[in-house]
Design a binder for this molecule. Structure first.
Ligand code: IMP
Length: 451
């Protein structure tokens, strides 16, 4: 069977811990979108692993696949693999030959576009991770991308670079009016010979290590053989390019439908499995865009946001940026549950909300005098939404390790009421509750592989 893990909010819901936990029951863990903009922290026996591209299951020795829907920065890929090897692990990572490659010029272009948007004072910069994700997906859609398969054939690679690089150069010099050759790092990113030398060598390493696959064929065979396949979504529903808060989105589809498209395993196979939405018990956002429940109204709210940020470690894994903090937003969760067809929820960071003086949940919005229960389709309308709150009982600090060991009933009663409220409002049962960062600090009600 298959299990698809999807972020229900804006990314950073703690997907890595669940992927790592349930990945132990999987034979293959597949990423189907995104690239090294993701940041997964996996804590295993006190050791912390920060990964942005290699699927989290690799820490447990499960085969990790980067599907055709991913954009792969080979420098990041090999630095993570080498880093894990230095720490005594032996990650088995396969890369789809149809996946697109992030080249150094994509990162440069990502940075330039963000700077230009920041300078025009229109407030339209996205706050990207600067990893070249958007420009790489643009080239994919524009049919001028370089794919992993192209790295394996030096002649084809040269042809592709000779076509793409002069266009990119012209964009930087003629459209943005910026210099390339005055800056050594930038010059190398637009130098066909230097790119060819580095990326053909990467192709050789991929071939030598037998890392590339025809992803659809590979997964189909594994599925036919009865293997359990876990799809690891990166980012979250509300930064999905189709279903999120456009244009403050990433350039791929973190929602569950993309698991089929981004891997080549058919929709009926993926849809026959479980889809678990990962929820953070409050809300965080990195980057720009509306956030109706943001705790930034007055000094008290800002102090509360600071406390939650510190306690929850709410700083970007990839960029280190402090995350914006808000109350749990149910209209966002309803949208996420519908778009991906959740069969279960995992609610993380329940320990972070312990010991608060008051606790609120946003159950709907008021917009232009009307009450609505889902997220509007435009940024402008979402920005104007006033949250409608329900106050719930708070719970005291508890011993996470003891709760994880004793199970759901050991959670404080108010915390259970909170979880049951979320389950009712989204019409989706809670499968797991995160009560601390370690994989062991999770209360599991249902293992989706046994559901
Ligand atoms: P990009 O994916 O780097 O193009 O960034 C586009 C938007 O998605 C920005 O608002 C980023 O902060 C956000 N984003 C990208 N990856 C993640 C993630 O893994 N977690 C949270 N936000 C992300």
């Amino acid at each position: 069977m298959t299990l698809t893990i999807v972020g229900s909010q804006l990314g950073d819901e703690g997907k890595g811990a669940l992927v790592d936990r349930w990945g132990g029951d999987a034979d293959v863990v597949v990423r189907y979108q995104g690239g090294d903009n993701a940041g997964h922290t996996v804590v295993e026996g006190g050791a912390e692993y920060k990964l942005s591209l290699v699927p989290s299951g690799a820490v447990r020795g499960t085969v990790g696949v980067l599907g055709n829907g991913c954009v792969v920065n080979p420098r990041t890929l090999f630095s993570e693999i080498d880093g894990l090897r230095e720490r005594g692990l032996d990650p088995d990572v396969r890369v789809a030959r149809r996946a697109h490659v992030i080249l150094p010029y994509h990162r440069v272009l990502d940075g330039i576009e963000e700077e230009v948007k920041a300078d025009d004072d229109a407030g339209d910069e996205v706050g990207t991770t600067g990893r070249g994700i958007g420009p790489t997906y643009e080239d994919k859609a524009g049919r001028r991308g370089v794919r992993v398969a192209d790295l394996l054939d030096p002649g084809v690679l040269r042809e592709k670079l000779e076509y793409a690089v002069p266009q990119k150069r012209a964009i930087v010099e003629d459209v943005y009016g910026l210099e390339i050759d005055g800056d050594e790092e930038r010059a190398e990113a637009f130098d066909v010979d230097a790119l060819h030398q580095e990326f053909a060598a990467i192709g050789e390493r991929l071939a030598d290590e037998g890392m590339t696959v025809n992803c659809s064929d590979y997964l189909h065979r594994r599925h036919e053989a009865g293997d359990e396949i876990l799809f690891e979504g990166a980012q979250g529903t509300h930064i999905d390019v189709d279903h999120g808060n456009y244009p403050f989105v990433t350039s791929s589809n973190p929602t569950a439908g993309a698991a089929a498209v981004g891997s080549g395993l058919g929709v009926t196979k993926v849809g026959d499995g479980e889809v678990v939405g990962i929820v953070k018990a409050y809300l965080s956002r990195v980057g720009e865009g509306p956030m109706p429940t943001e705790l930034d109204g007055d000094a008290d709210e800002e102090a509360l946001a600071d406390d939650i940020r510190e306690k929850g470690g709410e700083f970007g894994t990839v960029t280190g940026r402090p995350r914006r903090i808000g109350w749990l937003d149910l209209p966002m969760l309803r949208h996420a549950a519908r778009v991906s067809g959740f069969t279960g929820l995992a609610v993380n960071h329940v320990d972070v909300l312990a010991g608060l003086d008051g606790l609120k949940v946003c159950t709907g919005y008021e917009l232009d005098g009307e009450e609505i229960d889902t997220v509007p389709t435009t940024t402008d309308r979402w920005e104007r939404c006033e949250p409608v709150y329900e106050s719930l009982d708070t719970w005291a600090e508890f011993d996470s390790a003891a709760v994880a060991e004793e199970g759901y009933d050991a959670l404080p009663e108010a915390a259970r009421e909170y979880l049951e409220f979320v389950a009712d409002e989204t019409d989706t049962p809670v499968y797991a509750v995160g009560v601390g960062p370690d994989r062991e600090e999770t209360v599991e009600l249902v293992n989706p592989f046994d559901a």
